[in-house]
Design a protein around this ligand. Structure first.
Ligand SMILES: Cc1cc2nc3c(=O)[nH]c(=O)nc-3n(C[C@H](O)[C@H](O)[C@H](O)COP(=O)(O)O)c2cc1C
Length: 388
């Protein structure tokens, strides 16, 4: 299974095409819209989220509530495009820089300058429109299709916020995945620890007042995966490596950890590895899950726990210094509409990019053109290995 996305931030639409999904899998637009609406929520999101409510238009691959086995094409229209036709339309326009809203001042922390140098653009709108995190709308739509496949295979996934601006949520090992889904949904900062949720909101408000931005840490948990998904036999078949690459590719993500992650560097082996146990009733199991559900690039049958670090958003109302590429004069970087903190939304994006990698690995391992047969195969595999 693979997908591509296309579309500019203020262009007509975000588009994604997903290929490789089996036929006869139940899916409705609501499965995708739920995810899109979740991406738009969160304390600290700017005006654009109020202007637009993202809704999917399913334009290929689904009929009467089921996948057809053909490519799935999804479109999210930009309601605001009517105000951007002159700036973003495909037809030639006058050279008037105001009409085209030309950008010649690269913003530090964005793709602006590197992209302009690479592609030879003098108007950096040609870069920022595509490098903007608006593209994650299409990635969430693709991930929502993957999540639907996982749901039908009894695999559940949720993303939430662990930390914002140094304010850390406590571990909540007692929570089931259903609890995590419910509590994170109820929290405007998508945090499982209600005690620190308010502090996180205050930090976001303060950053906004200061014209600054703040980052944080998101976590994704997946339950219901049998052991042995992924492979150790080739570097590009290691599922933890693929997930790490996908998470790192989200705009503003700067690092990835599984389980105790970087803490492992400071511990002895006896404090890191998860001992193997067996019981007639459960089959193989582990008492601990310090390695976050992976050994040798394959799932262990324990929950997958992966964290991603998001840097503070680079567009600041208190702008950083930059240099105009036409005049070479120092300038304060121009402001496109911007949030002060997007960590809660990023947790939703991360959940969806991880879902896609997992669904993709499952389909690679158990190829099947028909969803009911895929389900039968996975259920049979679970019975056979007795490790989940
Ligand atoms: C959900 C989400 C929302 C974002 N919103 C903004 C934003 O409003 N303003 C901004 O400057 N950057 C925002 N970013 C981050 C930038 O898109 C990102 O930092 C930029 O494209 C440069 O890429 P890099 O940080 O991965 O190098 C957002 C990222 C995500 C995941």
């Amino acid at each position: 299974m693979r997908y591509l996305t296309a579309g500019e931030s203020h262009g007509k639409q975000q588009t994604t095409i997903i290929e490789g999904l089996p036929a006869r899998m139940p899916i409705t637009p609501n499965d995708i819209n739920d995810s899109l609406l979740r991406r738009q929520k969160g304390h600290g999101r700017g005006k654009r989220m109020q202007i637009e409510k993202d809704l999917v238009d399913v334009v290929g691959g689904v009929r009467h509530g089921y996948t057809l086995g053909s490519p799935i094409a999804l479109v999210v229209h930009n309601d605001d495009f009517k105000h951007w036709i002159d700036v973003m339309g495909e037809d030639p326009v006058s050279e008037d820089q105001n009409i085209r809203r030309v950008v010649t001042r690269p913003r530090p922390g964005h793709a602006d300058l590197n992209g302009a140098l690479k592609y030879g653009h003098r108007d950096m709108r040609n870069i920022l429109e595509r490098s903007s995190a608006r593209e994650t709308t299409a990635r969430v739509a693709a991930g929502a299709v993957a999540k639907t496949l996982l749901k039908h295979l009894d695999i559940n996934i949720v993303g939430y916020v662990k930390e914002i601006a140094g304010i850390k949520a406590e571990e909540k090992p007692e929570l089931s995945i259903d609890d995590k889904i419910r509590i994170s949904e109820e929290s405007t900062v998508r945090c499982l620890d209600e005690a620190v949720g308010q502090q996180m909101m205050d930090a976001i408000d303060q950053a906004k007042k200061d014209g600054d931005s703040i980052g944080g840490v998101c976590e994704v948990a997946i339950e219901g995966l049998p052991a042995g998904i992924g492979s150790y036999v080739q570097y590009d078949r290691k599922l933890d490596g693929r997930i790490a690459g996908a998470v790192q590719s989200i705009n503003a993500f700067k690092g990835v950890e599984f389980g105790i992650g970087f803490e492992a560097a400071r511990k002895n082996g006896s404090e890191v590895h998860d001992e193997i146990l067996w019981s007639e009733e459960r089959g193989y199991y582990r008492r601990t899950n310090r390695l976050g559900g992976f050994e040798g690039g394959m799932t262990t049958g324990m929950p997958v726990i992966v964290k991603g670090v998001m840097k503070p958003i680079p567009t600041l109302y208190k702008p950083l210094q930059s240099v105009d590429i036409e005049t070479k004069e120092p300038f304060n970087a121009s402001i496109e509409r911007s949030d002060s903190c997007a960590v809660p939304a990023a947790a939703v994006v991360m959940e969806h990019v991880v879902a896609f990698e997992i669904a993709k690995a499952i389909l690679e391992q158990f190829p099947n053109d028909q969803f009911p047969k895929l389900k039968e195969t996975i259920d049979g595999y679970r019975e056979e290995i007795r490790c989940f």
